[in-house]
Design a protein around this ligand. Structure first.
Ligand code: GLU
Length: 449
């Protein structure tokens, strides 16, 4: 291994020993940048990698809120502005009990590469809180969002840092967050957040964009493998906004998603989640705040298996994990390989442990990394920012056409970057290298900062 790359990884491991997710992403990405670093000794001289693994800044703050019984609660809020070399910081806010500084930093680092890969002018950032939205009333969610924004508003803005949704943060939360930002600033700067409702500057297709984009990326993979999506059975994990978008687009194209999962288990629907009724019910389940996928099986009379994931059991051709980080470890990967899985398409941010990823890259014909596959969400957020600054609303067709183009470009750039460095058809390394190149060039051009 290149000495500079290994020394940066070793430093991160030592300094962040208590931050496993952050160490994991650094190790994965930096390892695949090795051939680039080996060809560019100038990067070591300016310690480019050392600079890249250190966030520009990270805000950490107290978020106090009152529940419906008048009891006060205290959570920790975060916003990490990871890298601003190519544009204002951009990335979601996650409300989930598993959120820690390590999780926010890994997401911010991934986001930097992902956003670069879109070709759009957006830097990398991420935020969130360990607040658990499950079972909370609308009023409690609103008070939490207002308190979070009160702590954060002075550090963000349409040209500074533009948060959006992520796990636990959807249109309702973005509405409350924007309301509080507008009240505190006294201006209608709606470009400060994306994922907004249509009535105050949201973009058409943004709710669908991550799932649609993942399928557009998949279409590229299938085209190069001479396969048709209409012949594919897809197993997905998760049942949130992203899984919904995948089901919807796959159904539209004549294929089918046959499994979805939640914290309670998985549902197997061999007929596919293809009807309008089933798709609409997925949204209802999410909005109920129950976080239970069994409701789907009860409603449509399909199989539900408690406490398990679909990978070892159901009949599928393509795996698309779309729930959480590290949901695929060696056990799941081995179950996939035992079924002869050929197409492993990551969707959630870093859903695979590094060990399982390496293993699947050996066993499968195609492994596609989430930072490329799920980039359609943030790319469409950037299109929302464009519409906000133009004070225009683009049609559904316009946004969708842009999204298709962006996903095709991401795929092509990934393929080309891997080939350029002699790595063959390697979508994982290709995405890391292509994302890196643009950020690296901008950082080199901007001097020692
Ligand atoms: N949270 C999404 C992501 O992981 C979307 C971010 C955004 O739209 O800014 O990319």
């Amino acid at each position: 291994m290149n000495a500079y790359v290994s020394s940066v990884i070793a430093n991160v491991k030592e300094k962040h020993a208590h931050e496993p997710e952050f160490v994991q992403t650094i190790e994965e990405v930096l390892t695949s940048l090795e051939p680039v670093i080996a060809q560019h000794p100038e990067f070591e001289k300016v310690d480019l990698l050392g600079r890249m693994v250190e966030p520009d800044r990270l805000f950490k703050f107290r978020v106090v809120w009152e529940d419906d019984n008048g009891q006060h609660h205290t959570n920790t809020g975060y916003r990490c502005q990871f890298n601003g070399a190519i544009g204002p910081y951009k990335g979601g806010i996650r409300f989930h009990p598993t959120v820690t500084e390590s999780v926010i930093k890994f997401l911010g680092f991934e986001q930097t590469f992902k956003n670069s890969l879109t070709g759009l002018p957006i830097g990398g950032g991420k935020g969130g809180s360990d607040f658990d939205p499950r079972g909370k009333s609308d009023a409690e969610i609103m008070r939490f969002c207002q308190s979070y924004m009160t702590a954060l508003y002075r550090y963000i803005g349409p040209d500074t840092d533009v948060p959006a949704g992520d796990i636990g943060v959807g249109a309702r939360e973005i509405g409350f967050l924007y309301g509080q930002y507008r009240r505190l600033k006294g201006t209608f700067e709606n470009g400060v957040l994306t994922g907004k409702g249509l009535s105050y500057g949201g973009s058409l297709i943004r709710p669908e964009a991550t799932g649609f984009g993942a399928v557009y990326y998949l279409l590229n993979v299938l085209r190069d493998a001479d396969l048709r999506i209409a012949d594919q059975k897809i197993a997905v994990s998760g049942f949130g906004n992203v899984a919904w978008g995948i089901c919807k687009k796959v159904a539209e194209l004549g294929g089918k998603v046959v499994a979805i999962s939640g914290p309670d288990g998985y549902c197997y629907d061999p007929d596919g989640i293809v009807t309008d009724e089933k798709l609409a019910y997925m949204l209802e389940m999410r909005e109920s705040g129950r976080d239970r996928v069994q409701d789907y099986a009860d409603k449509f009379g399909v199989e539900f298996v408690a406490g398990k994931k679909p990978w070892a059991d159901v009949d599928y051709d393509i795996a698309m994990p779309a729930a959480y980080q590290n949901e695929i470890g060696m056990e799941e990967a081995e179950a996939m390989a035992a079924k002869g899985l050929k197409y492993y398409i990551e969707v959630a941010n870093m859903p695979t442990t590094n060990e399982a990823l390496e293993y699947l890259m050996e066993k499968c014909e195609v492994v596609a990394p989430s930072k490329a596959v799920n980039a359609g969400g943030v790319a469409t957020s950037a299109l929302e920012m464009s519409q906000n600054s133009e004070r225009l609303v683009w049609s559904e067709e316009e946004v969708d056409a842009q999204l298709v183009k962006i996903m095709d470009t991401i795929y092509r750039l990934s393929v080309e970057a891997a080939e350029e460095y002699g790595l063959g058809y390697n979508l994982v390394a290709g995405a890391n290298i292509a994302g890196f190149k643009r950020v690296a060039e901008a950082m080199m051009a901007q001097g020692v900062i």
